[in-house]
Design a protein around this ligand. Structure first.
Ligand SMILES: [Zn+2]
Ligand SMILES: [Zn+2]
Length: 339
């Protein structure tokens, strides 16, 4: 089968013919129909994030079950599935509480073991979710970023009277936007470095206002002008960029809650007084568990969240090099590859 291989820490990857993955107990083999390129795949390809080499990356995927191990029940060849990346150890306290993404022994498909930038992939049954017939494989491959955003938002439980500011309009920010909208909040203000495609998509997905940082002047004032003079009661950070961290705290209303979804690869310096004097509650959220994934799939099935404007490109697996270039040039938001 054709696969994208990361063979060493040197930047780049190779497209190769490799043997099909062999079935193991407790696993199914999935014929990959759609796989998304994630922000976390980029440092893997660049060699900045070390993985066990050689590795087939790719963790946002959906497809059809092709073969099931003898001990697997309830799944058949031909079943359409969306697959979560988290594999917990199954025995630690976190795993027993259904919080496998907090497992100290966490294994992630496409990061620690072979993933879905390939025609076929092996997946343990604990990671499988049934993909409803009316959802596409590209929808199924989008549950991973949606669930990563939705986990934080479920825990925040936004109320109809909340107003929300979202920093960052990549896939996580755009799914967070739709998820807070689904909670019926009164206003959503999207913040992006400069006007362009991402702002337009945010507007199409229900943002009440889009603020471009390079053209807005005083940011708190710009936000207030779109929010009846008030600062937002909820601020969502979805850039992972240290430079915006002080702004994230600065624009929050007194007593507001701040949700950190972006993965910071570098430390940020910030003024703790911004949190203390204004009694902010700052909460981090990382990855998702089985239940978050299932709830996210339900949002898609009910049409409360849409993948289409977020997915800007669909390309064959062979064109992964071109896809990465589109992402690097910020011409693409989410690219789905179809092996
Ligand atoms: Zn991802
Ligand atoms: Zn565990």
């Amino acid at each position: 089968m054709l696969a994208v291989l990361k063979e060493s820490p040197a930047p780049g990857f190779a497209l190769r013919e490799v043997p099909m993955p062999e079935l193991k107990p407790g696993h199914v083999r999935v014929r990959v129909r759609a796989v998304g390129i994630c922000g976390t795949d980029i440092p893997i390809f660049e060699g900045v994030r070390r993985v066990p080499y050689p590795l087939i990356p790719g963790h946002e995927f959906a497809g059809e079950i092709e073969a099931v191990a003898d001990d697997v029940h309830g799944w058949q060849p031909g079943d359409r599935v969306a697959v979560g990346l988290v594999i917990g150890c199954g025995t630690c306290l976190a795993c027993r509480a259904g919080e496998e993404s907090r497992c100290p022994q966490i294994t992630e498909i496409g990061i620690h073991i072979n993933g879905a930038f390939a025609e076929h992939v092996l997946a343990p049954v604990s990671t499988l979710h049934r993909l409803p017939d009316h959802l596409t494989f590209a929808d199924g491959a989008s549950v991973d970023p949606l669930a990563s955003a939705y986990r934080g938002i479920r825990r925040l439980n936004p109320l109809p009277e909340d107003s929300v500011a979202i920093f960052g309009l990549g896939p996580i920010g755009l799914y967070a936007l739709q998820a807070v909208r689904a909670h019926g909040v009164r206003r959503v203000i999207a913040i992006t470095p400069r006007a362009g495609l991402r702002g337009e998509i945010a507007r199409a997905l229900g943002a009440d206002a889009v603020i471009a940082l390079n053209a807005c002047g005083d940011l708190p004032a710009a936000i207030q002008s779109h929010n009846d003079g008030a600062l937002p009661s909820l601020v969502i950070e979805a850039t992972g960029k240290p430079a915006v961290f002080n702004d994230v705290l600065r624009v929050a209303a007194i007593g507001a809650r701040v949700l950190l979804l972006g993965i910071f690869h570098h430390p940020a310096s910030f003024d703790p007084a911004l949190i203390i004097r204004r009694e902010l509650r700052v909460e981090g959220s990382f990855c998702y568990n089985w239940t978050d994934f299932e709830a996210s799939l339900d949002l898609l099935a009910r049409g409360l969240v849409r993948t289409q404007p977020v997915i800007t490109h669909r390309l064959p697996l062979r064109e992964i090099g071109h896809a990465l270039e589109l992402i690097r040039r910020r011409e693409a938001v989410k690219v789905i590859l179809e092996p």
